[in-house]
Write a protein that binds this ligand. Structure first.
Ligand SMILES: CC(C)(COP(=O)(O)OP(=O)(O)OC[C@H]1O[C@@H](n2cnc3c(N)ncnc32)[C@H](O)[C@@H]1OP(=O)(O)O)[C@@H](O)C(=O)NCCC(=O)NCCS
Length: 225
């Protein structure tokens, strides 16, 4: 027995007052067991502003290419418009711990998109950004979006690693780097994968854990995606 890792419940109850945050000084390399992705309808985008405001100055600089104030962050979110902008969230129960912002635009007569990922500082380096990216790339491919762009600082090693993992080209311009992803058209596998993800998302709504029922009902109201 002594060689086994402690059960997850024991880690949660002893290391974190509310059972949510990873213990300090310990590297958790996989997403939390309860993590799942859900699209945020516009009426919930204020929670995205809360997530962005939790970024420290360095994180805001990496996300926005400049350290935005709280007011500027709020103005950025207030300027988002569905359906040109979409938000895919990563949740731990009903707590938003990460999100990918998708900004659609036209380029050379085709639809392209810019992706921007944000993971709560308490949850970074646990593959949540990777999961969001995988899900968002699948979504884009299934909608015949051929080109995805991401921009950040060259020093953002995590995002550059995500870029390499998903086959992105790196275009370096001084301190900044553009990651460019060229997507193939959808096929049966990508469509079936998204259908399974949607089914899982819906199943979570139909049998929500205690305390989550209200949020689940609110989310079903919008035809996002
Ligand atoms: C960049 C960001 C989105 C990455 O999300 P994350 O959940 O922390 O990253 P992941 O855990 O999925 O790790 C991604 C990769 O970085 C690697 N990585 C993690 N910590 C690292 C470190 N300190 N140094 C180098 N690489 C590291 C991981 O090993 C993984 O690479 P791999 O799949 O090849 O092993 C997140 O850190 C963040 O929100 N940063 C602030 C905002 C920002 O910079 N956004 C990007 C602008 S678009």
């Amino acid at each position: 027995m002594s060689g086994l890792p402690p059960p997850v419940t024991a880690l949660r109850s002893t290391d974190s007052p509310d059972g949510r945050f990873p213990p300090l000084g310990r590297a958790w390399t996989r997403p939390p067991d309860r993590m799942h992705c859900r699209w945020l309808p516009p009426q919930r985008w204020a929670r995205y502003a809360d997530l962005l405001r939790r970024l420290p100055p360095q994180g805001r600089a990496a996300r926005f290419h400049g350290c935005l104030t709280d007011a500027a962050v709020d103005a950025h979110v207030a300027g988002l418009r569905w359906p040109a902008n979409r938000l895919l969230g990563a949740y731990d129960d009903d707590c938003l711990i990460g999100a990918i912002e998708i900004d659609l635009f036209h380029r050379d007569g085709e639809i392209a998109a810019e992706f921007s990922i944000t993971v709560d500082p308490c949850w970074q380096a646990r593959r949540i950004g990777t999961r969001l990216m995988d899900r968002a790339l699948g979504w884009a491919r299934n909608r015949w979006i051929g080109c995805i762009v991401m921009t950040t600082q060259l020093s953002n090693r995590r995002l550059c690693a995500i870029g390499r993992r998903f086959g992105g080209e790196l275009a370096i311009d001084g301190e900044h780097v553009d990651l460019i992803f060229r997507l193939d058209p959808p096929d049966f596998t990508t469509l079936a994968t998204e259908a399974a993800q949607r089914w899982h998302e819906a199943a979570l709504r139909w049998s929500p854990p205690p305390g989550w029922a209200g949020a689940a009902v609110a989310d079903t109201a919008h035809p996002n995606g």
